[in-house]
Ligand binder design. Structure first.
Ligand code: DGY
Length: 327
C-alpha cells in the first residue's frame, strides 16, 4: 500500500523525520530553504499533510491550489500564519503545539525582562568594546525587578507562568489585563489582580506582552498606549510582531516616554525596524522564546504526532478547528 505523502516545510530534527517516515512518504527540506508562496504551492502538490512553521502562510489562495491537503500541523503555539477560517471552509484541519512550550517561554519572558531592566546586553557591549575603565555610582544603573509591579497583557498559559514567576519568585505586585477575566482560583494561584488596560499601562513598572496576534490585537501598543506608561517603565514583547507599533516604540524609547524595551518579535521579522537597531535601551533577540532544545524537540514531536494522529488514526492531539472532526 502506498503511504500518504506529507511535506515538512522547514528543517527539523532528523528523528522527527524518521518517525514521520514510518507512516508517510516524506518530502523534507533539510536545507531549510524558505520558499515563496508559489514554491510552497508547488511543493504541496499531491501532499495530504504539511508540517509548517510560522514562515508558511496558509491562506485561501494556497488552499485553492492544493486540493489534496487535509491537515497543516504548525510547530508553534501561535498560528497567525494560518487563515483558520479559510482552512475550516476548505475542510483542512489545523493544529498547533500548546502546553509543551509554556514554561520555557515563560522563563524567556523573565530572562528578557531581567536583561532589559538591568541593562545586561548594553553593559556587555560596553565591556567588550574595552570601554570599562573604572567603577561609577550610576554605571548601567537600571530599574528594580524584585518588589516592583509586573503588568501582563494576555493571560493565557504563558502569561500565567510569568505571573507565578513574578509573584512567587520576585515578590512582585502582579496585575493583568485579558479579553476575559480568569476565575478567582486561577487568579489566586497566579498571585495576579485583574485591571483595565489603562490601569495596566499606568501601573506597570514592567509590562509583558503575551497575547495572540489578531486583527484586534494589531498595534495594541502604539504611541497613545506608550504615552500612558511610566517614564521608568520597561516593555517586553514575546508575543508577536505587529502587536507593538515598532516605529512608535522606537520614537518613545528615543524620547524617554518609557525607559527600555526587550523584544523577541518584530513587525515584518526577520527584518527589524532600523530605528530600534540604533537604540541602546532595547534588548533584541531573534524570536527564540521557546528555543530550548528539549522544548523545540517536544514541539516538533507534537506537530509530527498531530500528522500521524489525524492522517493515520483520524484523531489529532491538538486541533484548532476540531468541529471538522465531527463533520
Ligand atoms: C510560538 O510557538 O508561537 C512561538 O512564538 C515560537 O517561538
Amino acid at each position: 500500500m502506498t503511504k500518504p505523502a506529507v511535506l515538512v516545510a522547514r528543517a527539523v530534527f532528523p528523528e522527527v523525520l524518521d518517525k514521520l517516515a514510518q507512516h508517510f512518504e516524506v518530502s523534507a527540506n533539510q536545507d531549510d530553504v524558505v520558499w515563496t508562496p508559489l514554491e510552497l504551492i508547488q511543493q504541496l502538490q499531491g501532499k495530504l499533510g504539511a508540517f509548517t512553521t510560522g514562515s508558511e502562510r496558509i491562506d485561501a489562495a494556497l488552499l485553492a491550489a492544493c486540493p489534496d491537503l487535509k491537515i497543516c500541523a504548525n510547530m508553534m503555539v501561535g498560528y497567525n500564519n494560518f487563515d483558520l477560517a479559510a482552512m475550516t471552509a476548505a475542510g483542512v484541519l489545523a493544529t498547533n503545539t500548546p502546553d509543551v512550550l509554556t514554561e520555557t517561554t515563560a522563563d524567556f519572558g523573565f530572562a528578557l525582562l531581567l536583561a532589559t531592566a538591568r541593562r545586561i546586553t548594553e553593559s556587555e557591549h560596553f565591556l567588550r568594546a574595552s570601554l570599562w575603565s573604572r567603577w561609577r555610582y550610576d554605571m548601567f544603573a537600571g530599574s528594580d525587578v524584585f518588589g516592583s509591579t509586573l503588568g501582563i497583557l494576555g493571560m493565557g498559559r504563558i502569561g500565567q507562568g510569568i505571573a507565578k514567576r513574578g509573584a512567587l519568585g520576585f515578590g512582585m505586585n502582579v496585575v493583568y489585563h485579558n479579553r476575559s477575566r480568569l476565575d478567582a482560583a486561577t487568579e489566586a494561584a497566579c498571585g495576579a489582580r485583574y485591571v483595565s488596560k489603562p490601569e495596566l499601562l499606568a501601573a506597570s513598572d514592567h509590562l509583558l506582552l503575551v497575547l495572540p496576534y489578531s486583527a484586534e490585537s494589531h498595534h495594541a501598543i502604539g504611541a497613545a498606549e506608550l504615552a500612558q506608561m511610566k517614564p521608568t517603565a520597561t516593555l517586553i514583547n514575546i508575543a508577536r510582531g505587529g502587536i507593538v507599533n515598532d516605529a512608535a516604540l522606537a520614537a518613545a524609547l528615543r524620547a524617554g516616554t518609557i525607559a527600555a524595551a526587550g523584544l523577541d518579535v518584530f513587525e515584518g521579522e526577520p527584518k527589524v525596524h532600523p530605528d530600534l537597531l540604533a537604540l541602546k535601551n532595547v534588548v533584541l533577540t531573534p524570536h527564540i522564546a521557546s528555543a530550548s532544545m528539549p522544548t523545540r524537540r517536544a514541539m516538533a514531536n507534537l506537530a509530527a504526532d498531530n500528522l500521524v494522529g489525524y492522517l493515520v488514526h483520524g484523531q489529532p492531539l491538538t486541533p484548532l478547528n476540531p468541529h471538522l472532526l465531527a463533520a
